[in-house]
Design a protein around this ligand. Structure first.
Ligand code: CO
Length: 472
């Protein structure tokens, strides 16, 4: 008896999450472009190539315009959908923006080539997703809501099932389980996918990281349980804190009802493009063996890989590297005091920094960061469980507030696009520039100045050439 074919769909992450997770988001557009033609022939469901930290990294480190990158990728990918990662009301930044900025960013992302917007909120507060989802609906883009996956008393199968229902009602086109720390183990994946399938008719996608070493087995179980789409990365930037390898997953499903039907020869040619880069990144130290192995501590402390490396550099700066294990143990305590929230940008940074301070100061919550205070008084949204009332009182007092916020935080934010337009008018060369500025005012301004200087240089050298070619 043969089973009905249900090929698994695959989203390729090498152009976004894989290099964000392994080499601090430093892959340049020039490194991507020569291989796009081949990648376009694989038959991917989508290629994730924009958003997340890539926007910030383009402007800050690579001196590239992220919008130009997106347009070049769109030109090359003629048959494959492009996907971006979007931090809900925080867009691609670290704190909430007013609705007009969120709407304009979605509009411009889709106009420049994005097909699928994967939208998540670090607290799974669905009020923080609404503006972006509605904007994507309006622009005829595919609105995928990603649930930040985490463990804890509050996260029962009913929690996931109910939130999936709410997301469907909100108008999302698909749901993704976003397991940023690699916490989802194979047996739980079966249960979770079944629960989500029972709660909604929407397609289910699974996104995980190899950090704890179980990811490819988790994918296998999830797909067998009905998961429609998985996220993988081409082998030169797979495994470790990145995703399972595309070639390996495609091979593993060969001859099963879930066979995606990929051409292994084509995949191998694509891998050959990235292999020499991997060698260079290893040599320069950008790719560290530390992020490539299995780190089972992530299962013990439930801390995403990126958060661990941030923490190490903070402790180094404070000359307190010996406190590493103490901080690791402090993180779950802070997380509990902060309402047992998922740890993903920006909540991972907020909890991580507070845990470092608690340990280094030798007294818990002696100093609260501004972000911790905001989180405790509801300025990021609703936490999964109530926060510790004593710590919250401290935050309220120091902010001069009587009560925490219970409404949607962005309701407090007045439209701000016009203000940003005025501030950056002198640098504007395209409509999208105002969005780069709104998200990263300092970094974008520096980039705009750099861009102008480059253009002046080009003009000058053209003028020079002209003189040489046509001597008067
Ligand atoms: Co990820």
């Amino acid at each position: 008896m043969s089973e009905e074919k249900r090929p698994v769909k695959i989203t390729e992450t090498i152009l976004r999450d894989a290099h964000q997770s392994l080499i601090a988001t430093r892959m340049t557009t020039e490194q991507m472009l020569p291989i796009i033609d081949k990648m376009d022939k694989v038959g991917y469901h989508a290629v994730e190539c924009w958003g997340g930290a890539t926007f910030d990294a383009c402007l800050r480190f690579l001196k590239e315009d992220p919008w130009v990158r997106l347009r070049k990728l769109k030109d090359g990918f003629k048959n494959t959908k492009l996907q971006m990662l979007f931090r809900g009301q925080n867009i691609l930044g670290y704190s909430p923006y007013s609705d007009d900025v969120v709407e304009y960013f979605v509009q411009k992302s889709i106009a420049n080539g994005i097909d699928i917007i994967r939208i998540f909120d670090c607290l799974n507060d669905i009020r923080n997703l609404e503006t972006a989802v509605k904007a994507a609906n309006k622009e005829k883009g595919h609105a995928q809501v990603a649930l930040s996956y985490t463990l804890g008393d509050a996260y029962t199968m009913d929690y996931w099932k109910n939130i999936a229902k709410e997301i469907e009602e909100m108008g999302a086109d698909s749901i993704c389980i976003k397991d940023m720390a690699g916490l989802l183990v194979p047996s739980q994946a079966t249960e979770l996918v079944q629960a989500l399938k029972a709660g909604t008719k929407l397609p289910i996608q699974l996104h995980t990281h190899y950090t704890s070493g179980v990811a490819s087995m988790t994918y296998m179980k999830a797909v067998e349980a009905g998961c429609d789409i998985i996220d993988t990365a081409m082998s030169p930037l797979a495994m470790g804190t990145s995703q399972p390898a595309t070639e390996v997953m495609a091979k593993a499903f060969e001859g099963t009802p879930y066979d995606p039907g990929f051409d292994q020869n084509l995949l191998s040619e694509i891998a050959d493009h990235f292999k020499p880069m991997r060698e260079e990144w290893l040599e320069s130290g950008l790719l560290s063996p530390k992020v490539m192995g299995v780190n089972i501590k992530t299962l013990l402390y439930q801390v995403p890989g990126g958060m661990l490396s941030n923490m190490v550099s903070q402790l180094k700066e404070m000359k307190a590297e010996d406190k590493y294990d103490e901080v690791l143990e402090e993180i779950p305590r802070v997380r509990k005091d902060f309402g047992e929230i998922p740890l993903v940008t920006p909540s991972s940074q907020i909890v991580g920094t507070q845990a470092v301070l608690n340990v280094v100061m030798g007294e818990r919550y002696k100093t609260l960061t501004k972000e911790s205070k905001d989180l405790l008084v509801g300025k990021y949204g609703k936490t999964t469980l109530p926060v510790n009332p004593e710590v919250q009182k401290k935050a309220l007092d120091s902010l001069g507030m009587k009560e925490p916020i219970t409404y949607r935080p962005a309701d407090d934010l007045a439209p701000s696009l016009e203000k940003f337009e005025k501030e950056m008018a002198q640098y504007k060369q395209q409509d999208e520039d105002v969005l780069s500025y709104a998200l990263f005012p300092q970094v974008a301004t520096e980039f705009f100045k750099y861009r102008e200087a480059q253009q002046t240089k080009v003009d000058a050298s053209l003028a020079n050439n002209e003189n040489k070619t046509y001597p008067v």
